[in-house]
Design a protein. Structure first.
Length: 157
């Protein structure tokens, strides 16, 4: 369900020129908040909230499953001194980047194996052997419909 939500809400991933543009659309690009000499980041409240919720579900699932890359990354951020929420924000941004790269790669592979109309093995080249195909006598069209011959009417004897 989460993957379907990601694909459905994103649409064509090539409309995002960079992973940062995708992260901003999703709402995982951090916003810096500075006060005096202390700067910190918080999550954006902008962006597609349903996409953000899907990434949140992925992040929480990975945090809770030891042995996953997400869990390892989360633990690394905690070891660096980040709070739980900050580490979670970093993981969500990293997941947004990964999702964008995966969708872009899939889109590139799809366009390489399909033709201009999006159909598999479609091509703009003609499949005709030559400019004017030769026709055999059996391939030629028949003359118009045969005209009915009048039937003789019987004469009285």
């Amino acid at each position: 369900m989460t993957a379907a939500r990601l694909l459905g809400r994103t649409g064509n991933p090539t409309r995002f020129p960079t992973a940062s543009a995708f992260a901003q659309y999703v709402g995982t690009a951090p916003i810096e908040i500075a006060s005096a000499d202390h700067a910190r980041h918080r999550l954006s409240r902008r962006g597609d909230r349903q996409l953000n919720a899907a990434l949140h579900t992925i992040a929480i699932t990975q945090i809770r499953m030891p042995g996953t890359r997400g869990h390892t990354y989360y633990q690394t951020k905690l070891a660096e001194g980040k709070t739980s929420r900050e580490a979670q924000r970093c993981l969500k941004r990293r997941l947004a980047d990964h999702v964008w790269r995966t969708m872009i790669g899939d889109e590139r592979r799809r366009t390489q194996t399909t033709g201009p109309g999006g159909q598999p093995r479609a091509t703009t080249a003609s499949s005709a052997a030559g400019p004017t195909p030769a026709a055999d006598s059996s391939d030629k069209s028949l003359p118009g419909p045969a005209e009915p011959k009048p039937t003789p009417t019987p004469q009285p004897a």
